[in-house]
Write a protein that binds this ligand. Structure first.
Ligand SMILES: [Zn+2]
Length: 373
């Protein structure tokens, strides 16, 4: 048996701050535990000292495999001082302390513990697939490398164990991040008439973007799509006409908005000659809460936590954007022990009781899946 709280503590002690990542040792530990429990395990490299893990158990039954996913990289510590050592992984009362406690080494530990615990009873009736990714926080790089290697396969259902405080979330918005580069001609700052000022072009483009309308109704649960210009850089020094400026645009979308079309609308809205580069392009996720599997998971979750059912969605995006289309579009729920409000925060922690609860929830989800197989 693997204790999910102890495993969370162990995982936190690996410094997997991304960038640079360095998830390799943490991935190797998990791969070792899963191999020992009978899983067929593959490490999928992602550059120097970095790796994701794909682990499979059991044989395909009437149903496609049940998949769980989580990432083992964490975000940087930030500039504020922490009141404890960020990689200590210590228990303080009910709290497991450290970077990644909520987002989301607790979630990984819980599904690994659940899958190992259920291996003997469920493994001969259904197939379980675990996708433990590196490089999620910088844009799902690990999930993409798994998909490029063709190791994800199809899934009948997917649980994304990101922080939701053990409430099943039925989706999240998509994200389209664009960089626009505007070019001009440099000249001495005392003779601006000889140049062509790229910062002026960027400023005009940004003002037009501030007035962008998506022209769609908001989704009843996910809400309205959004646009935010997150950065504007241009010019090298005060006394030159800048010949280059860059704008970064963060678009969050809902089902029904085609990203390729949106990109062209953004280009038109800027009404300036700009090179448009896509930084990330991740579709949104949506599973109808009344669909059969989502309803059963909600029932299982309520039974374990005692909390009433609620239809909620995540504000963040996840590896599901990459994995869901690649796995044949399975129903997908985001469900994990971390506190969503503590993700990326100073003094991050996760409740030990929540980790135990989510392990029980995942065990019950596996048992339910095996029953239907
Ligand atoms: Zn996360």
């Amino acid at each position: 048996m693997v204790d999910p709280v102890e495993l969370t503590q162990r995982l936190i002690r690996y410094d997997t701050v991304n960038p640079p990542g360095r998830e390799g040792d943490c991935a190797a530990l998990l791969a070792g535990l899963l191999s020992d429990a009978g899983f067929a395990t593959r490490l999928v490299p992602l550059g120097d000292g970095r790796a994701s893990v794909v682990a499979r158990l059991g044989k395909a039954g009437a149903r496609k495999p049940l998949a769980f996913t989580g990432h083992i990289d964490v975000v940087p510590l930030g500039t504020r001082a922490w009141s404890f050592e960020p990689f200590c992984g210590e228990l303080d009362g009910d709290r497991v302390l450290g970077r990644g406690a909520s987002d989301m080494k607790s979630g990984v530990a819980a599904f690994v513990a659940a899958a190992i615990g259920m291996a003997a009873s469920a493994g001969n009736r259904t197939e379980i697939v675990l996708l433990i990714t590196a490089g999620e926080e910088t844009g799902c790089d690990g999930a993409e490398s798994i998909v490029r290697a063709g190791l994800q396969g199809e899934a009948g259902a997917l649980v994304v164990c990101e922080p939701t405080a053990n409430v099943p979330f039925v989706g999240h918005k998509g994200a389209l991040w664009l960089k626009a580069v505007l070019k001009g001609i440099t000249a001495h700052g005392s003779m601006p008439e000889r140049g062509d000022n790229a910062v002026y072009k960027a400023a005009r483009a940004v003002n037009r973007l501030a007035c962008f309308h998506f022209g769609v109704d908001g989704h009843p649960v996910l809400g309205a799509p959004t646009i935010n210009v997150g950065s504007l850089h241009g010019g090298l020094n005060i006394n030159s006409v800048p010949d280059r400026a860059e704008i970064e645009i963060d678009l969050r979308t809902i089902p029904g908005i085609a990203h390729a079309e949106l990109r062209e609308r953004i280009r038109a809205q800027m009404a300036e000659d700009a090179d448009l580069e896509t930084i990330i392009d991740l579709p949104g996720i949506w599973t109808a809460p009344e669909s059969p599997w989502a309803a059963r998971v909600a029932e299982i979750t309520t039974k374990v936590t005692g909390e009433p059912r609620a239809v909620k969605t995540a504000t963040y995006f996840s590896d599901a954007s990459v994995l869901v289309p690649a796995m044949g579009g399975p129903p997908t729920l985001i469900l994990g022990p971390g506190e969503p409000g503590l993700a990326h925060q100073t003094d991050e922690w996760c409740g030990a009781e929540r980790i135990r609860q989510s392990t029980q929830i995942y065990r019950d989800i596996i048992a339910d899946w095996a029953r239907g197989a």
